[in-house]
Design a protein around this ligand. Structure first.
Ligand code: FAD
Ligand code: FES
Length: 281
């Protein structure tokens, strides 16, 4: 759904709440100004939207809230450059532009009856959070087996979604959360070490389980090797490709890998699909 007259035109939206996650990541809770557009909005876990800071520009963000959370959308934005810094300067009540949703989504229908293993690193937990909250929602929880979440960040201060990690998700039925940080800290009594090594230590079996991986490229690379050792086949592993998607609707030609347009065919791919892409990825 974009603007009714032009899919490239952002719809006016308002920031309702800003939740600080880390020193440079904030979660923005946003509603569309037109109540009919807000009520009609539908996205799937893994989809994206463009947010615009007026007078500065727009950028693509994963929708970090689940579609089961009605009435608002959440975006977890890391301060990087022009647009993200402008968004970070706004306060609740500020107007922004929003267009989307874009991209495909995690095929949760195909995952029914299976155990799920979420593996996230840094602020890239954002798109996985949408699916985690979707499968843990009482309306869907019965469709999936055990849910394991392995998540790491550089330091305890860099862990995103702390309320979910330490309160909401561990309390959910049939769910285990494993958190780790890269380097030991005096106040941290949890696990220390990189995510891929922790995956091998937790050692979830690849039998009847789907893995969903999102994080920095180096984390993904070594996590895939760990999953391979644990017996996960490439078509049991999903990830999202964070490329320079600009228009989101196949018009600008910024996101293609060979003849594959990430915005039209992705951003969610199986590892089997990613390995079949040309080596420029
Ligand atoms: C599919 C997809 C999903 C995404 N999901 C998310 C998400 O959920 N959350 C999120 O936070 N981001 C996400 N991103 C990334 C986000 O879109 C980019 O961070 C954003 O486009 C950056 O926009 P910007 O205008 O703030 O940065 P730009 O101004 O375009 O800057 C980009 C880069 O240049 C560097 N830079 C900018 N100005 C300077 C300067 N003066 N000196 C030195 N370096 C500088 C920045 O550090 C940054 O590395 C996603 C991207 C894609 C493609
Ligand atoms: S983002 Fe413009 S063509 Fe894909």
């Amino acid at each position: 759904m974009g603007h009714p007259d032009n899919p490239l035109l952002p719809m006016p939206a308002t920031i309702q709440k800003i939740i600080p996650e880390t020193p440079d990541v904030n979660t923005f809770r946003v509603t569309l100004d037109d109540p009919e557009a807000q009520a009609a909005w539908h996205h799937e876990p893994g989809q994206l939207a463009m947010l615009s800071a007026f007078g500065v520009g727009e950028a693509m963000f994963s929708i970090s809230s689940a579609p089961t959370r009605k009435g608002y959308l959440e975006f977890s934005v890391k301060r990087m450059g022009h647009v993200t810094s402008a968004l970070h300067q706004l306060a609740p009540g500020a107007s922004i532009g929003l267009r989307g949703p874009y991209g495909n989504h995690f095929p949760y229908g195909k995952m029914r009856g299976k155990d799920l293993l979420f593996i996230g690193g840094g602020f890239a937990l954002a798109p996985l959070r949408s699916l985690i909250d979707f499968v843990l929602d009482p309306a869907h929880r019965g469709d999936y087996g055990h849910v394991d979440i392995i998540y790491g960040a550089r330091s305890s201060g860099d862990l995103c979604f702390k309320r979910d990690l330490f309160e909401n998700w561990p309390q959910a039925e049939g769910t285990t959360v494993y958190t780790t940080i890269d380097v030991a800290e005096e106040q941290w009594s949890g696990h220390v070490g990189f995510v891929p090594a922790y995956v091998e230590e937790v050692a979830p079996s690849g039998e009847s389980r789907v893995a969903l991986v999102c994080g920095p490229p180096v984390m993904i690379k070594f996590t895939l090797q760990a999953l391979d050792k644990l017996g996960f086949a490439d078509d049991q592993v999903y990830s999202t490709l964070e490329l320079r998607m600009k228009c989101g609707i196949g018009k600008c030609g910024r996101c293609n890998i060979g003849s594959t347009f990430v915005c039209l065919e992705g951003p969610v791919f199986t590892m089997a699909q990613i390995k079949a892409l040309p080596p420029e990825f």
